[in-house]
Ligand binder design. Structure first.
Ligand code: GLY
Length: 360
């Protein structure tokens, strides 16, 4: 069975695929999203941090991309929330990044806190914390809510989302991608986008690989004044604590390169709890709610693969590693500019898959 369905087929229904689909629809394109298992999306498993600074993205194109995307967030979320009448839990709460070892350069550094000033700013930190960087412009979004919002937005906008459809092969005619073969028949379009996250290398020999992250959540007890004890993200060594406004505390994450095992492990959960209680000991007695895992799409330099692919009508949008939620708005904007107007932002060049050509 052949289906002729318009301008763009996006392979992958995660945060990147859906964000781009919505943007393309808003610019008048017909868009189909093929989403094999929507529940496997890395963004569903994430913590939703918007943390180009706390993640210490290296100076250069990746930091520029991250800062640009963080700046797009308020407008992007506002647009999606108006469209859907749903909240994505965007919260520019700032991120405090405590450390256990005194950094070499700290005195008079802007945003460095220590001693009583730190303890007053953030009560409850563990005794081994020697100081912290305050990143007031970083923040968070409730990633699960964001995914609900994106699915609803796609529906409202008329994106053709094909859930449960698995792409089995890319069908080439010369230098052109003619269609994508799926377990529900062939899908045809003018342009194709590969946005299948950690699974991208199943269809193309790209250096994208899974980096498993185990996660868990606790319920924060309300204090006497009704507020929850944590009201900003704590991003410590090897762990982060992301408090939600409803009292959930998301704790992440392990970093397990090349691991496709689809379960939590005692070792993973133990590691998370040890690191989290070292950072903020009071949480040791809070109710444990949930444990889960996800697969980040890793790349060799931790930057995404964006823009033109190996064939004229194939665009890449994968390999966002730890930063898929953060980078969704800028990815959608830059790739929609490329797909609808042929405009290639200078930043895209730095994320071409060709930088890995030697390792392909
Ligand atoms: N962005 C945090 C993580 O991937 O664990």
């Amino acid at each position: 069975m052949k289906r002729n369905i318009g301008d763009t087929v996006i392979i992958g229904g995660g945060v990147i695929g859906l964000a781009l689909a919505a943007e393309l629809r808003l610019r008048g394109q017909d868009v189909t999203v093929l989403s094999r298992k929507p529940q496997e999306a890395a963004a569903l498993a994430a913590a939703g941090m918007l943390a180009p600074e706390a993640e210490q993205l290296p100076e250069g194109p990746l930091l520029s991309l991250g800062l640009r995307s963080r700046a797009l967030y308020p407008e992007w979320i506002g647009k999606l929330e108006r469209l859907t009448n749903l909240s994505a839990g965007y919260w520019p709460c700032g991120i405090l990044a405590p450390v256990f070892e005194t950094p070499d350069v700290r005195l008079n550094q802007e945003n460095w806190l220590e001693g009583e000033a730190l303890r007053a700013f953030q009560p409850g930190l563990g005794p081994e914390v020697v100081g912290a960087w305050w990143r007031p412009e970083d923040g968070q979004v409730d990633n699960r809510r964001l995914m609900t919002v994106l699915h609803r937005a796609a529906e409202r906008l008329g994106v053709n989302v094909q859930a449960g459809v698995a792409v089995t092969a890319l069908s080439l005619r010369g230098e052109i991608l003619e269609g994508v073969e799926t377990d529900a028949g062939m899908f045809l379009a003018q342009n194709y986008v590969l946005a299948s996250g950690a699974w991208a290398s199943e269809l193309l020999p790209l250096p994208v690989f899974p980096v498993k992250g185990e996660m868990l959540s606790l319920q924060m007890p309300p204090q006497a004044n009704g507020a929850f004890p944590l009201e900003r993200v704590l991003f410590g060594p090897g762990t982060y604590l992301a408090p939600r406004r409803d009292g959930r505390l998301i704790i992440g994450a392990t970093v397990e390169v090349g691991n496709w095992s689809a379960y939590n492990t005692p070792q993973g959960v133990q590691t998370l709890l040890e690191r989290a209680t070292r950072l903020y000991p009071g949480l040791a007695c809070w109710p444990l709610q949930e444990i889960w895992w996800g697969f980040r799409p890793g790349t060799l330099d931790e930057g995404p693969l964006l823009g033109p692919g190996p064939w004229e009508n194939l665009t890449l949008a994968t390999g966002h590693y730890r930063n898929g939620v953060l980078l969704a708005p800028v990815t959608a904007r830059l790739l929609a500019d490329w797909l609808t107007a042929g405009q290639s932002d200078p930043l895209l060049e730095a994320f071409s898959y060709r930088r890995f050509e030697e390792s392909l």
